[in-house]
Design a protein around this ligand. Structure first.
Ligand code: R5P
Length: 314
């Protein structure tokens, strides 16, 4: 079996291949001068993609990642269907269709936060993108998706996988927290899983987002006096959520505060801002980021194995 990737998820693809004991190959990706993308499956990869199931690891972030993912899926589909006709008449032009065998593993699902329609006429962007992807593969693995509900009922099976076990192991070893905090209700399930694995105290805050850069937390008494606390969230973007939660923890006597997440978006100087508020920032390699210290490969591998079972490819 082969794992392939384009330009935006190579570290995760290599980790996944290592976990599964499969080989990893890169798909050629380039940009034309007008910024449009170009992708090509190298000649030497065509046989492997036809002979065995293939897992494409690709992010739908930033926007160019959506196009690149769709183009790579299109090209893999053509190769597996045997549609190889090309103007230069290189190699066989047509081969037999080898049937289903394409999985898409998405470390960071861009647009995952636009998962509801708040006002009439809005696009439910997460669903729109998921439908496009599902039309070109046989199953999707999504890594720590913001709100999994939006992908329920797609036309292909979806495996929701999470790096929380690895995040817990990493925190226990490097920070040894006494207390895990979820900075909002949306992260309760993930953060409480980490607290259970570490066997430490847990609580959560109630957050109201005023705009992309302003959030407020409802005041709450937290039993953190003299304690080492780790705030666990699915993603850190501007860092506003973490900075406000860290303020609440410090004002209630926490001696050390860490921030951990799956997806380190770190927009607009977030890391520089965060290090004024917390003692450490810990993320996975789902996105290229300077705080990548938690392995994401094991979680992706669990998702791939789950889909292999469901699809009976084993
Ligand atoms: C929101 O519900 C998410 O789980 C994160 O808490 C949020 O996206 C983090 O954004 P920021 O770092 O900009 O506060």
């Amino acid at each position: 079996m082969v794992v392939v990737s384009g330009s935006n998820a190579r570290p995760m693809a290599e980790q996944l291949a290592g976990e599964l004991g499969w080989s990893h190959h890169s798909i050629e990706t380039r940009r034309f001068p007008d910024t449009e993308g170009y992708i090509r499956i190298p000649d030497e990869l065509i046989d492997s993609i036809r002979e065995e199931p293939v897992v494409l690891v690709s992010n739908t972030f930033p926007d160019s990642g959506i196009i690149e993912t769709l183009l790579m899926l299109e090209a893999i589909n053509d190769v597996r269907k045997g549609n190889l006709a090309n103007l230069r008449e290189i190699g066989p032009q047509e081969l037999a269709d080898v049937g289903p065998g394409i999985l898409l593993a998405i470390p960071y699902f861009g647009y995952s936060r636009q998962d509801k329609r708040f006002r009439p006429g809005e696009a439910v962007s997460a669903r729109a993108i998921a439908n496009l992807l599902a039309s070109r593969c046989d199953g999707i693995i999504v890594f720590d998706l913001h709100a999994p509900k939006v992908l329920e009922g797609l036309s292909v099976p979806v495996a929701f996988t999470s790096a929380m076990p690895e995040l817990a192991k990493h925190l226990q070893k490097s920070v040894n927290p006494d207390f895990i905090l979820s900075p909002d209700k949306g992260a309760i399930e993930r953060a409480s899983q980490v607290a259970n694995e570490i066997q430490c105290q847990f609580s959560y805050l109630e957050k109201t987002r005023i705009d992309a850069h302003t959030i407020v937390h409802k005041a709450k008494d937290l039993d953190v006096e003299g304690k080492v606390v780790a705030i666990v969230d699915d993603m850190i973007a501007t860092g506003g959520t973490i900075c406000r939660a860290a303020d609440a923890l410090r004002s209630q006597g926490a001696t050390e505060v860490h921030a951990a997440c799956s997806h380190g978006l770190f927009t607009g100087g977030a890391v520089a801002r965060l290090i004024r508020y917390v003692d450490g920032v810990h993320a996975t390699s789902s996105l290229k980021n300077p705080q990548d210290v938690i392995p994401g490969g094991p979680a992706l591998a669990r998702g791939v194995n789950e889909l292999f079972e469901i699809l009976k490819w084993k």
